[in-house]
Design a protein around this ligand. Structure first.
Ligand SMILES: C[C@@](CO)(OP(=O)(O)O)[C@H](O)COP(=O)(O)OP(=O)(O)OC[C@H]1O[C@@H](n2ccc(N)nc2=O)[C@H](O)[C@@H]1O
Ligand SMILES: Nc1ncnc2c1ncn2[C@@H]1O[C@H](COP(=O)(O)OP(=O)(O)O)[C@@H](O)[C@H]1O
Length: 288
């Protein structure tokens, strides 16, 4: 038995950090949505109890450090499964980019082994388990559009944004999420209007969505990597309706209503950055 799971990237339409918690994590309020840039995960059952991870990407480990491996191991231990699985990851999402590629791979494996091992756990159960792997995994289990609270694991579904283009550009540098959170001072950071963003989504108002994008982590990352601001400026000049860094960065996204302008932004960035993508917003849970 072999199945395919799509593991889409996410962007943070807004990301607020409220304060640092006693456990070292930060309390957040994030509005997240999936975009049509996805890894493709092939899963096949192994008769032996082994978990085998394979990928042609040189940027991800093929052993127990891979978040996909950790997801399969967690399911195996939690549900006491003696079967094994081969996991092939076609890596299309840039790594360490603020797009949750690893978290989405882990979530796809949770959904996938749930099927091939016949566990039949609910998405809610998978999302709860996923939080043990990383803060973004719970969101990725559901996909779609949601408000994420707590350290990111409390998920509240939101209406999907109106269809639009998303142009993503990643400068050639990796960012450590842990370092960015460590360097943040939540008291002096920018705080986006999360309620404003949620209201804009409820109204299906693209202009209001664009007006409410904001990211508390952006100031920290741009201070370390000024290239991020250069990309934002270039996207603005090429006609983006909104521009923002996703997550802890360094990927920047532009939201664009019109095809021709999205194409212009894509072309203008292509000579500047090696990793540029022009994709659609997915937005709905059912699409995964
Ligand atoms: C910033 C965000 C925004 O969506 O995404 P990315 O930039 O990674 O995509 C997330 O909050 C990242 O989630 P994720 O990448 O799963 O983080 P984890 O593995 O759980 O944690 C990595 C490290 O980030 C810090 N961390 C993470 C989440 C959180 N709410 N507070 C934190 O302080 C902790 O130092 C932790 O050790
Ligand atoms: N399947 C995977 N895909 C991507 N990265 C992975 C994976 N498994 C483990 N990692 C590790 O997780 C780290 C963060 O990866 P990623 O999820 O791409 O970052 P981000 O959440 O910032 O987009 C990387 O250093 C990478 O080596």
């Amino acid at each position: 038995m072999e199945i395919l799971e799509k593991a889409p990237a996410k962007i943070n339409l807004s990301l607020d950090v409220l304060h640092k918690r006693k456990d070292g994590f930060h309390e957040v309020e994030m509005v997240m949505t999936t975009v049509d840039l996805a890894d493709r995960i092939e899963l096949s059952r192994l008769r032996s109890g082994a978990i085998r991870v394979e990928s042609e990407s040189r940027f991800v480990p093929n052993d127990e450090r891979n978040l996909a491996y950790r997801a399969a191991k967690l399911m195996k231990d939690h549900y006491k499964i003696n079967k094994g699985v081969r996991i092939f990851i076609e890596k299309n999402i840039p790594v360490a980019a603020g797009l949750a590629g690893g978290s989405s791979d882990a979530a796809a494996v949770l959904r996938g082994v749930n099927k091939i091992w016949g566990i039949n756990a609910s998405l809610h159960e998978l999302a709860e388990l996923g939080a043990k792997i990383g803060s973004d995994v719970s969101f990725c289990v559901y996909g779609g559009t949601a408000l994420a609270k707590g350290r990111g694991e409390q998920i509240f579904e939101l209406p999907s944004p109106p269809p639009c283009w998303v142009v993503l550009a990643k400068p050639t540098l990796g960012v450590s999420t842990q370092t960015i959170y460590q360097k943040l001072d939540a008291k002096t950071a920018f705080h986006p209007n999360t309620n404003g963003m949620m209201e804009a989504l409820k109204q299906g108002d693209f202009d209001a969505i664009c007006a409410h994008v904001g990211n508390a982590l952006e100031g920290v990352t741009t201070k370390l990597h000024p290239e991020v601001n250069q990309i934002k400026e270039q996207m603005r000049q090429a006609g983006a309706d909104a521009v923002l860094m996703s997550g802890s960065g360094p990927t920047v996204f532009a939201l664009v209503g019109q095809d021709a302008r999205a194409q212009r932004i894509y072309n203008s960035l292509k000579g500047f950055c090696t990793e540029v993508y022009m994709v659609r917003m997915l937005g709905n849970r059912e699409i995964i």
